[in-house]
Ligand binder design. Structure first.
Ligand code: PGA
Length: 244
């Protein structure tokens, strides 16, 4: 695991975006795994800047998103589909048919999950997976206790995740309790992984997944089992690491 500690969120976003841009430029058909949440917003903003000001070309890029809320249509403002188009896809020259996002309103979610896994295989697997991390150590929506061999599936969200997500919803009854997510097994098959985290509130979990033994109770600790992971933290998120 390579650890990069940067001074602030801006530098974190630029570092992650430049690693992703490198992958996009080097690969014939770059396949990216993408994350949502507040952490990657700056990374996407920088990728949009690289496209608009420096001509970074997304025409051959294929993307697979990690997760989506169950019951949400792609047009719902709170769906991750909406987030991705608003924050990245509408702003770059990606082809609509190259965008894959789990479908929260799929009539048969089990069938959909199987198809999603097959599509990832069909394009030759994910070259570079971007990840955030939840305060409980989740990656995607793989909550504590998840098996490291899980594939794309429907998952009940942990209480802490539901509380953390509440800030995005106006009414309490709108807060989702289930999500469709790539499994840890799916994530670990990506050739490269970049995990980003910022802020004091992520310091405890970052120290745990990086420095403590691998455990199902901290899904992100599965990163220790992968041979090409880059973790990018700002100073605040790195503040509880014993060794920097
Ligand atoms: P955040 O979420 O980026 O909004 O902190 C991270 C996550 O839950 O993976």
């Amino acid at each position: 695991m390579e650890l990069i500690v940067v001074s602030d969120y801006d530098e974190l976003s630029k570092t992650a975006a430049s690693l992703m841009a490198k992958e996009i430029k080097e690969k014939e058909r770059p396949v990216l795994g993408l994350a949502t949440g507040s952490t990657p917003l700056g990374t996407y903003k920088e990728l949009v800047r690289l496209h608009q000001e420096e001509g970074l070309d997304f025409s051959k890029v294929v993307t697979f998103n990690l997760d989506e809320y169950i019951g949400f249509s792609p047009l719902d403002r709170n769906s991750y589909n909406f987030y991705m188009w608003e924050n990245l896809f509408f702003e770059v020259n990606i082809k609509r048919q190259n965008v894959y996002i789990p479908k929260g309103d799929a009539p048969n979610s089990e069938e959909f999950c199987k198809w999603y896994e097959e599509e990832i295989k069909r394009v030759g697997g994910i070259n570079l997976q971007l990840l955030g991390i939840g305060r409980d150590g989740h990656i995607g929506f793989n909550e504590p206790g998840s098996s490291f061999s899980d594939r794309t599936h429907v998952k009940k969200l942990a209480d802490v995740t539901i509380r953390d997500n509440a800030r995005f919803f106006e009414k309490i009854e709108d807060i989702p309790h289930y999500a469709m997510t790539m499994g840890i097994g799916t994530i670990l098959e990506a050739k490269k992984i970049i995990l980003i985290a910022n802020g004091e509130h992520k310091a405890r979990i970052c120290a745990e997944f990086i420095e403590r033994p691998v455990t199902k109770q901290v899904p992100a600790s599965s990163m220790q089992l992968h041979s090409d992971v880059t973790v990018i933290l700002d100073n605040a998120a790195a503040s509880r690491l014993r060794k920097k």
